[in-house]
Design a protein around this ligand. Sequence first.
Ligand SMILES: Cc1cc2nc3c(=O)[nH]c(=O)nc-3n(C[C@H](O)[C@H](O)[C@H](O)COP(=O)(O)OP(=O)(O)OC[C@H]3O[C@@H](n4cnc5c(N)ncnc54)[C@H](O)[C@@H]3O)c2cc1C
Length: 391
Amino acid sequence: MRTQVAIIGAGPAGMLLAHLLAAEGVESIVLEIRSQAYVAGRIRAGILEQSTVDLLRSAGLGERLDREAFEHRGIYLQWPDERHHLDFVELTGRSVFVYGQTQVQKDLVAAREAAGQEVHYEISDTVLHDLESDEPSVTFTDSSGVAQRVTASVVVGCDGSFGPSRAALPDGVRRSWEKTYPHSWLGILADVAPSTDELIYAWHPDGFALHSMRSSTVSRLYLQVPNGTDAQTWSDDRIWESLATRLGHGEGGWKLTPGPITEKSVLPMRSFVQTPMRHGRLFLAGDSAHIVPPTGAKGLNLAVADVGLLAPALAALLLGGDSRLADAYSETALRRVWRCTHFSWWMTTMLHATGDPFDEQLQLSQLRWVTSSEAGATGLAENYAGLPIGF
Ligand SMILES: Cc1cc2nc3c(=O)[nH]c(=O)nc-3n(C[C@H](O)[C@H](O)[C@H](O)COP(=O)(O)OP(=O)(O)OC[C@H]3O[C@@H](n4cnc5c(N)ncnc54)[C@H](O)[C@@H]3O)c2cc1C
């Protein structure tokens, strides 16, 4: 097979890149190790930044989003006996949107299917070749067991944190930074109306809790748990009791309404960045180059921002022979990646219990500052609602 851009990974980064490239008149083939249903069903991100929504709308992917997403003006930040609302619209003129990654994926798949996009699902043995030549290629075994090769002008690794692309950069070229955290999140989906109009981020001596949502009838909630926790050791009753304590059920008359839990899983937390995001004819985008803990709601948004930069860069390179944007891609994308990496780390360290009484006082001091000083609140709001793509 031959195409202009071989894209490895049909997650949001890969599918959105294929969509944006098609709009620029650039052909691509997408290769995915999992089934279409598996990729579509993964419960992950839920918060879209203003820039992500603007980009999806401008790419013709905003119709269902505009009908079904909830626009939020801000978030609540709380600690025992105090809850504060940060109004991002007042502070920065930007808002965030509750629209699940499953929905974004569904919209992308529908748009690419309608356009006849070539996507090979359930492949195996993905190997990248000749990345420093003008004719790089990807070999794989297709779902029928037949060995295949896609030769392209460019290969883009959108294959997430476990894919082969990031390791395809030579040893002397690639550099990485990593931080693991001592805690994980126990996340649940519950068939119950959210007990809040906007997300609640709760600091508590027992550990962090987050009340998020997916729709007017489905709530998404998280509890800080130690690494290595088995989700099955937490009964539904224990989960709801812990959420009630940490989220302040009964304080100021606020009530947490429990409901049937339909999904329960533990997510470890990690910060990781690999540079450069381009080597020869290989480009990296999304989780293949960087991972953030979910506290700042940045992972999906960063993946979108990467491909928002990469699509016009590849179009200029492949259609006009102009390599300036492609040459600048890694440096430009990494400015935002490091900003979001810092913000996600900062939110994580501010909100998660460590068991150290000194940390506790610093966290409470920081929380008081971001909820009482306009400068502190604006810094958080600007990062959470998201800086413009290309920042
Ligand atoms: C529980 C959870 C909650 C999250 N919450 C948020 C949030 O609130 N906000 C936010 O912005 N982000 C959030 N994130 C992060 C977000 O989900 C990811 O950053 C996002 O999925 C990145 O998209 P991607 O396309 O780069 O990678 P992925 O979605 O991981 O897609 C990569 C694809 O590549 C495929 N692949 C892997 N190996 C190969 C191979 N060898 N050959 C071919 N294909 C391959 C994979 O199967 C996968 O489909 C969350 C993540 C999790 C897990």
